[in-house]
Design a protein around this ligand. Structure first.
Ligand SMILES: Nc1nc2c(ncn2[C@@H]2O[C@H](COP(=O)(O)OP(=O)(O)OP(=O)(O)O)[C@@H](O)[C@H]2O)c(=O)[nH]1
Ligand SMILES: [Mg+2]
Length: 304
């Protein structure tokens, strides 16, 4: 299955909820106030967020009036364009970095950090890069073992210490090992932490500081792993994690298990954090770089 097919298969459930509702709405009928209200409700129910939904629909109303649109189908096209625009991150020239590239995965308990670490390891390894995984979740012995299994499966080395050790020390080891072994990409797992727990957020800041002191500019990517099924609470999580460490992107996991993919839009619009990857399953290959245009089309494309 190609990545796009996998991605569409992942969205299958979304299509039944959010997408199907939109599809039904756009099918036929007048372009009247009732339509716009229903569209607003559908977007809000799909997790796009109240503020963003109201704003989007207001823009559609104005654009449709200005262009004298008569058909709902034409508004579907407009919405497709707008969503794609919102979701497209501005092109940035990637700053040249001193290797290794360091990626830190953060997020609340159970969001999919460890699985995503493994999936990313596989993705980079497939590109021929030398990868090192870091068992930065030292809270539970099982967490370290879980990552070891993934590392073995992906065929990459893992830096680990005893359960209970200081995660910052594990990262210190990892950066040094990565340099010695001429590793290209270091991918660090961290313990799940509630964004409201101050001491755990302080620990995250310390990890970030220690990595940066040893390897200036690192971590180059701090990816917030968000479970798509948590809905609007994801926005609160994003805000608090971003206060602690500069979040550079979001990995949206479990898109295969939600009927509402709209959280992608809400994160981008309210937090201005780009979605970088989507998780569409539990297997190592179930991760795809986020493609705004393909995502919007999969969400809004007419049922064929
Ligand atoms: N369906 C589906 N399940 C996923 C996805 N990503 C992760 N999971 C599952 O979610 C559960 C939690 O995943 P983990 O990777 O252990 O999550 P975590 O964030 O490391 O959890 P903690 O370390 O406990 O905070 C596991 O059962 C995974 O298989 C995904 O994209 N789709
Ligand atoms: Mg974990």
């Amino acid at each position: 299955m190609s990545l796009l097919e996998r991605f569409k298969a992942g969205l299958a459930r979304s299509r039944q909820g959010f997408a199907r509702r939109l599809d039904f709405l756009f099918k036929e009928g007048e372009l009247n106030e009732a339509f716009y209200q229903e569209l607003e409700e559908a977007l809000i129910a799909g997790d796009v967020g109240v503020e963003t939904s109201l704003k989007l629909v207001e823009q559609l109303r104005q654009d449709a009036a200005r262009n004298r649109l008569k058909e709902r189908e034409a508004v579907r096209e407009l919405l497709l364009q707008k969503l794609t625009e919102i979701l497209t991150a501005p092109e940035e020239e990637p700053a040249p970095i001193e290797p290794p590239l360091v990626i830190l995965l953060v997020g609340v308990n159970g969001s999919g950090k460890t699985t995503t670490a493994a999936k990313l390891a596989r993705l980079y390894r497939e590109q021929g890069r030398k990868v090192l995984l870091v068992a930065g979740d030292t809270f539970r012995a099982a967490a370290i073992d879980q990552l070891q299994v993934w590392a073995d499966r992906a065929g990459v080395d893992l830096i680990r210490q005893q359960p209970g050790s200081d995660p910052s020390a594990v990262f210190y080891d990892a950066i040094n090992a990565a340099r010695a072994r001429q590793v290209d990409v270091v991918i660090g797992d961290t313990a799940g932490r509630l964004h409201t727990k101050v001491n755990l957020m302080e620990e995250l800041k310390k990890i970030h500081r220690v990595i940066g002191r040893l390897h200036p500019g690192a971590p180059h990517q701090v990816l917030l792993v968000l479970d798509a099924t948590t809905g609007q609470n994801g926005i609160a999580q994003a805000a608090r994690f971003n206060e602690a460490v500069p979040v550079t992107g979001v990995v949206l996991t479990k898109l295969d298990g939600t009927a509402r993919g709209g959280i992608v839009v809400a994160v981008r619009e309210t937090m201005n954090i780009p979605v970088r990857y989507i998780g569409v399953g539990e297997k190592m290959e179930d991760l795809a770089p986020f493609d705004p245009s393909a995502f919007t089309r999969a969400l809004l494309a007419a049922e064929s």
